[in-house]
Design a protein around this ligand. Structure first.
Ligand SMILES: [Mg+2]
Length: 299
Protein backbone atom coordinates (compact mmCIF):
# COMPACT_ATOMS: atom_id res chain seq x y z
CA UNK A 1 0.00 0.00 0.00
CA UNK A 2 1.40 3.41 -0.87
CA UNK A 3 1.32 6.20 1.69
CA UNK A 4 1.45 9.96 1.72
CA UNK A 5 2.99 12.28 4.32
CA UNK A 6 0.95 15.43 4.94
CA UNK A 7 2.39 18.51 6.67
CA UNK A 8 0.14 21.23 8.06
CA UNK A 9 1.23 24.33 9.98
CA UNK A 10 -0.48 26.53 12.51
CA UNK A 11 -2.59 28.95 10.42
CA UNK A 12 -0.81 32.10 11.60
CA UNK A 13 2.71 30.68 11.41
CA UNK A 14 3.22 29.19 7.93
CA UNK A 15 6.29 27.01 8.47
CA UNK A 16 5.87 24.50 5.63
CA UNK A 17 8.55 25.89 3.31
CA UNK A 18 10.89 24.21 0.82
CA UNK A 19 13.68 23.69 3.32
CA UNK A 20 11.34 22.00 5.81
CA UNK A 21 9.92 19.79 3.05
CA UNK A 22 13.41 18.74 1.99
CA UNK A 23 14.48 18.04 5.57
CA UNK A 24 11.41 15.98 6.38
CA UNK A 25 11.50 14.10 3.09
CA UNK A 26 15.08 13.14 3.85
CA UNK A 27 14.31 12.03 7.41
CA UNK A 28 11.09 10.15 6.62
CA UNK A 29 11.92 8.54 3.29
CA UNK A 30 9.53 10.66 1.23
CA UNK A 31 10.03 11.94 -2.31
CA UNK A 32 10.51 15.73 -2.16
CA UNK A 33 10.48 15.99 -5.96
CA UNK A 34 6.84 14.82 -5.92
CA UNK A 35 5.72 17.33 -3.27
CA UNK A 36 2.28 18.83 -3.80
CA UNK A 37 1.66 22.23 -2.24
CA UNK A 38 -1.88 22.30 -0.84
CA UNK A 39 -1.59 25.83 0.56
CA UNK A 40 1.62 27.88 0.20
CA UNK A 41 3.51 27.83 3.50
CA UNK A 42 0.63 26.10 5.28
CA UNK A 43 0.15 22.61 3.89
CA UNK A 44 1.85 20.13 1.57
CA UNK A 45 1.94 16.42 0.90
CA UNK A 46 4.72 14.08 -0.18
CA UNK A 47 4.51 10.42 -1.24
CA UNK A 48 6.57 7.98 0.79
CA UNK A 49 9.13 6.10 -1.28
CA UNK A 50 8.16 2.50 -1.97
CA UNK A 51 9.12 0.07 0.76
CA UNK A 52 9.29 2.78 3.46
CA UNK A 53 7.49 1.76 6.66
CA UNK A 54 4.59 4.15 7.34
CA UNK A 55 4.84 4.12 11.15
CA UNK A 56 8.60 4.64 11.05
CA UNK A 57 8.18 7.52 8.59
CA UNK A 58 5.61 9.17 10.86
CA UNK A 59 8.00 8.99 13.83
CA UNK A 60 10.93 10.30 11.79
CA UNK A 61 8.87 13.21 10.43
CA UNK A 62 7.70 14.17 13.92
CA UNK A 63 11.29 14.22 15.16
CA UNK A 64 12.40 16.27 12.16
CA UNK A 65 9.90 19.09 12.83
CA UNK A 66 9.97 18.95 16.64
CA UNK A 67 9.62 22.44 18.09
CA UNK A 68 7.94 23.86 14.98
CA UNK A 69 4.19 24.64 14.87
CA UNK A 70 3.64 21.83 12.37
CA UNK A 71 1.54 18.66 12.34
CA UNK A 72 2.60 15.68 10.24
CA UNK A 73 0.37 12.75 9.37
CA UNK A 74 1.02 9.62 7.31
CA UNK A 75 -2.06 8.17 5.59
CA UNK A 76 -2.72 5.58 2.89
CA UNK A 77 -2.66 7.40 -0.45
CA UNK A 78 -5.89 5.75 -1.64
CA UNK A 79 -9.39 6.88 -0.64
CA UNK A 80 -8.40 10.02 1.25
CA UNK A 81 -11.48 12.03 0.39
CA UNK A 82 -14.31 10.63 2.50
CA UNK A 83 -18.08 10.84 1.94
CA UNK A 84 -19.18 11.40 5.52
CA UNK A 85 -17.83 13.39 8.47
CA UNK A 86 -19.00 12.97 12.05
CA UNK A 87 -17.79 15.72 14.36
CA UNK A 88 -17.88 16.12 18.11
CA UNK A 89 -19.04 19.53 19.40
CA UNK A 90 -17.54 20.50 22.79
CA UNK A 91 -13.83 21.41 22.60
CA UNK A 92 -13.89 20.36 18.93
CA UNK A 93 -16.28 22.52 16.86
CA UNK A 94 -16.61 24.99 19.73
CA UNK A 95 -13.92 26.00 22.21
CA UNK A 96 -15.91 25.35 25.39
CA UNK A 97 -17.75 22.55 27.20
CA UNK A 98 -21.39 23.68 27.19
CA UNK A 99 -22.33 22.07 30.49
CA UNK A 100 -19.48 23.94 32.20
CA UNK A 101 -20.79 27.24 30.83
CA UNK A 102 -24.33 26.47 32.02
CA UNK A 103 -22.98 25.66 35.49
CA UNK A 104 -21.17 29.00 35.46
CA UNK A 105 -24.60 30.67 35.70
CA UNK A 106 -25.04 28.97 39.07
CA UNK A 107 -21.51 29.68 40.26
CA UNK A 108 -20.67 25.97 39.93
CA UNK A 109 -18.39 26.00 36.91
CA UNK A 110 -15.31 24.74 38.77
CA UNK A 111 -17.19 21.75 40.24
CA UNK A 112 -18.74 20.74 36.92
CA UNK A 113 -15.60 21.41 34.87
CA UNK A 114 -13.58 19.12 37.13
CA UNK A 115 -15.95 16.24 36.33
CA UNK A 116 -15.98 17.14 32.61
CA UNK A 117 -12.19 17.07 32.48
CA UNK A 118 -12.00 13.64 34.12
CA UNK A 119 -14.74 12.35 31.82
CA UNK A 120 -13.01 13.54 28.67
CA UNK A 121 -9.79 11.92 29.83
CA UNK A 122 -11.76 8.69 30.18
CA UNK A 123 -11.31 8.44 33.94
CA UNK A 124 -15.06 8.39 34.76
CA UNK A 125 -17.93 6.44 33.23
CA UNK A 126 -19.61 8.75 30.70
CA UNK A 127 -23.35 8.23 31.45
CA UNK A 128 -22.79 8.57 35.21
CA UNK A 129 -20.77 11.74 34.75
CA UNK A 130 -23.34 13.18 32.33
CA UNK A 131 -26.20 12.66 34.76
CA UNK A 132 -24.29 14.02 37.74
CA UNK A 133 -23.34 17.18 35.83
CA UNK A 134 -26.86 17.71 34.48
CA UNK A 135 -28.16 17.42 38.06
CA UNK A 136 -25.83 20.25 39.05
CA UNK A 137 -27.58 22.70 36.68
CA UNK A 138 -31.10 21.86 37.91
CA UNK A 139 -33.30 24.90 38.35
CA UNK A 140 -31.81 27.03 35.59
CA UNK A 141 -34.44 28.46 33.22
CA UNK A 142 -34.06 26.82 29.78
CA UNK A 143 -34.35 30.30 28.30
CA UNK A 144 -30.85 31.06 29.62
CA UNK A 145 -29.35 28.73 26.99
CA UNK A 146 -29.71 31.38 24.27
CA UNK A 147 -27.84 33.89 26.38
CA UNK A 148 -25.12 31.36 27.31
CA UNK A 149 -24.73 30.41 23.67
CA UNK A 150 -24.38 34.02 22.56
CA UNK A 151 -22.09 35.20 25.36
CA UNK A 152 -19.91 32.24 26.27
CA UNK A 153 -19.54 30.03 23.17
CA UNK A 154 -16.87 30.61 20.53
CA UNK A 155 -16.32 28.60 17.37
CA UNK A 156 -13.04 26.81 16.73
CA UNK A 157 -11.08 28.53 13.93
CA UNK A 158 -11.46 26.87 10.54
CA UNK A 159 -14.63 24.99 11.45
CA UNK A 160 -17.03 27.01 9.31
CA UNK A 161 -14.70 26.75 6.29
CA UNK A 162 -14.32 23.02 6.87
CA UNK A 163 -18.06 22.38 6.91
CA UNK A 164 -18.80 24.68 3.94
CA UNK A 165 -16.08 23.00 1.87
CA UNK A 166 -17.12 19.46 2.75
CA UNK A 167 -20.74 20.21 1.91
CA UNK A 168 -19.77 21.90 -1.36
CA UNK A 169 -17.94 18.68 -2.24
CA UNK A 170 -21.06 16.62 -1.48
CA UNK A 171 -19.74 15.16 1.77
CA UNK A 172 -22.42 14.59 4.42
CA UNK A 173 -21.72 16.28 7.77
CA UNK A 174 -23.18 15.30 11.14
CA UNK A 175 -22.59 16.92 14.53
CA UNK A 176 -22.65 14.05 17.04
CA UNK A 177 -22.28 15.16 20.64
CA UNK A 178 -22.40 13.75 24.14
CA UNK A 179 -23.59 17.26 25.09
CA UNK A 180 -27.10 18.60 24.61
CA UNK A 181 -29.43 19.25 21.70
CA UNK A 182 -30.11 22.76 23.01
CA UNK A 183 -26.56 23.58 21.93
CA UNK A 184 -26.03 21.21 18.99
CA UNK A 185 -29.07 22.58 17.16
CA UNK A 186 -27.65 26.10 17.41
CA UNK A 187 -24.15 25.01 16.34
CA UNK A 188 -25.60 23.02 13.43
CA UNK A 189 -27.52 26.10 12.30
CA UNK A 190 -24.53 28.42 12.50
CA UNK A 191 -22.00 26.10 10.83
CA UNK A 192 -24.32 24.40 8.33
CA UNK A 193 -24.08 20.75 9.41
CA UNK A 194 -26.59 18.47 7.67
CA UNK A 195 -27.79 17.12 11.02
CA UNK A 196 -27.08 16.97 14.74
CA UNK A 197 -27.47 14.34 17.44
CA UNK A 198 -27.03 14.80 21.19
CA UNK A 199 -28.59 14.25 24.60
CA UNK A 200 -31.81 15.98 25.66
CA UNK A 201 -32.12 17.88 28.92
CA UNK A 202 -35.43 17.43 30.73
CA UNK A 203 -37.37 20.71 31.01
CA UNK A 204 -40.37 21.00 33.35
CA UNK A 205 -43.69 22.72 32.64
CA UNK A 206 -42.35 25.91 34.14
CA UNK A 207 -39.52 25.99 31.57
CA UNK A 208 -36.76 25.07 33.99
CA UNK A 209 -34.08 22.37 33.75
CA UNK A 210 -35.00 19.54 36.11
CA UNK A 211 -31.44 18.21 36.23
CA UNK A 212 -32.50 15.08 34.35
CA UNK A 213 -31.45 13.77 30.94
CA UNK A 214 -33.80 11.85 28.64
CA UNK A 215 -32.87 8.29 27.68
CA UNK A 216 -31.15 6.96 25.69
CA UNK A 217 -27.82 8.57 26.59
CA UNK A 218 -25.65 9.39 23.60
CA UNK A 219 -22.27 8.05 24.76
CA UNK A 220 -19.13 6.75 23.08
CA UNK A 221 -20.73 3.57 21.74
CA UNK A 222 -23.75 5.55 20.48
CA UNK A 223 -21.39 7.77 18.50
CA UNK A 224 -20.02 4.66 16.81
CA UNK A 225 -23.58 3.45 16.17
CA UNK A 226 -24.39 6.82 14.62
CA UNK A 227 -21.45 6.37 12.25
CA UNK A 228 -22.78 2.98 11.13
CA UNK A 229 -26.33 4.30 10.74
CA UNK A 230 -25.30 7.31 8.66
CA UNK A 231 -22.89 5.25 6.55
CA UNK A 232 -25.66 2.72 5.96
CA UNK A 233 -28.02 5.48 4.87
CA UNK A 234 -25.41 6.73 2.40
CA UNK A 235 -24.65 3.22 1.15
CA UNK A 236 -21.00 3.40 2.19
CA UNK A 237 -18.83 1.60 4.76
CA UNK A 238 -16.88 2.99 7.73
CA UNK A 239 -13.75 3.16 5.54
CA UNK A 240 -15.45 5.99 3.62
CA UNK A 241 -16.20 7.95 6.79
CA UNK A 242 -14.14 10.46 8.77
CA UNK A 243 -14.67 11.21 12.45
CA UNK A 244 -13.32 14.18 14.41
CA UNK A 245 -13.16 14.74 18.16
CA UNK A 246 -11.05 15.47 21.21
CA UNK A 247 -12.22 13.35 24.14
CA UNK A 248 -12.44 9.81 25.44
CA UNK A 249 -16.10 9.60 24.38
CA UNK A 250 -14.98 10.00 20.76
CA UNK A 251 -12.70 6.95 20.87
CA UNK A 252 -15.19 4.40 19.53
CA UNK A 253 -16.26 6.39 16.46
CA UNK A 254 -12.71 7.57 15.74
CA UNK A 255 -11.26 4.07 15.97
CA UNK A 256 -14.08 2.83 13.68
CA UNK A 257 -13.87 5.51 10.98
CA UNK A 258 -11.59 5.11 7.95
CA UNK A 259 -10.07 8.47 8.90
CA UNK A 260 -10.19 9.12 12.65
CA UNK A 261 -8.91 12.58 13.57
CA UNK A 262 -8.03 13.83 17.04
CA UNK A 263 -8.18 17.62 17.39
CA UNK A 264 -6.00 18.70 20.36
CA UNK A 265 -6.92 15.24 21.71
CA UNK A 266 -6.83 13.80 25.19
CA UNK A 267 -4.22 11.00 25.47
CA UNK A 268 -6.78 8.15 25.27
CA UNK A 269 -8.10 9.49 21.99
CA UNK A 270 -4.66 10.25 20.58
CA UNK A 271 -3.82 6.56 21.05
CA UNK A 272 -6.54 5.42 18.61
CA UNK A 273 -6.60 8.28 16.07
CA UNK A 274 -5.21 7.95 12.53
CA UNK A 275 -4.31 11.64 12.50
CA UNK A 276 -3.67 14.18 15.26
CA UNK A 277 -3.92 17.95 14.86
CA UNK A 278 -2.08 19.85 17.59
CA UNK A 279 -1.21 23.04 15.67
CA UNK A 280 -3.52 23.21 12.64
CA UNK A 281 -6.97 24.74 12.82
CA UNK A 282 -9.95 22.72 11.57
CA UNK A 283 -9.08 23.37 7.91
CA UNK A 284 -6.41 20.75 8.65
CA UNK A 285 -9.16 18.17 8.20
CA UNK A 286 -9.52 19.34 4.60
CA UNK A 287 -5.78 18.97 3.88
CA UNK A 288 -5.87 15.46 5.33
CA UNK A 289 -8.55 14.65 2.74
CA UNK A 290 -6.40 16.16 -0.01
CA UNK A 291 -8.26 19.44 -0.55
CA UNK A 292 -6.21 22.44 -1.67
CA UNK A 293 -6.80 25.85 -0.13
CA UNK A 294 -7.93 27.07 -3.59
CA UNK A 295 -10.86 24.62 -3.33
CA UNK A 296 -12.09 25.95 0.02
CA UNK A 297 -15.64 27.28 0.05
CA UNK A 298 -16.50 30.67 1.50
CA UNK A 299 -17.83 30.13 5.02
MG1 LIG B 1 -15.41 17.05 23.01
Amino acid sequence: MSHVLILISAPDDPAVDDSLLARIADAAGADATQAQILAPGKAAELPLKSGVDAAGAARAAAEAHAGLPVDSVVLPAANRRKRLLLADMDSTMIQQECIDELADRLGRKADVAAITEKTMRGDIDFPTALRSRAAMVAGLPASIIDEVFDSAITFTPGGATMIATLRQAGIYTALVSGGFTDFTSRVRGRLGFDEDRANRLVIDDGGRLTGGVHDPILDSSAKRTALDELAGRLGIGPADAAALGDGANDCDMIAHAGLGIGYRPKPKLAAVADAILHHADLTGVLYLMGFREAEFAAA
